[in-house]
Design a protein around this ligand. Sequence first.
Ligand code: RB5
Length: 149
Amino acid sequence: MAGARIAVASDHAGFDLKELLKRDLLEAGHDVLDLGTNSATSVDYPDFGHAMAQAIGSGEAGRGVLVCGTGIGISIAANRHPQVRAALVHDETSARLSREHNDANVVAFGQRLIGTETARASLKVFLNTAFEGGRHAGRVAKLSKDLTK
Ligand code: RB5
């Protein structure tokens, strides 16, 4: 897996699931960087999506896990940065395809929408599935195309 460390981040609406997934990762022996939030007190999801992008861009983490209420806002925030390919995942199939086809480096979950066991299983699939490359490689490269050039 590219970049051993895994960053985790959430807003208040994703805090419980973020903590649970963090515990799973630590128990599995992963090196985890927790970017917050650290309680269920209301915060703004963009701050944590941007923090994830910073961690991925700087190389502090190779993979990331984001959680907010729906997974939508925090993945939008992260995906505003070209180094991030954040996939909003709903099940093990979308987790697998986000790796095989899109080389996603960040997975996002919606705590209010996904079952806990589905999220836990999907994260394992996300971390253990390789990018297929081949016909997908050029498409993934185009995701980061600099449109100003
Ligand atoms: C917070 O209430 C909620 O709006 C946020 O967690 C997320 O779902 C936004 O996309």
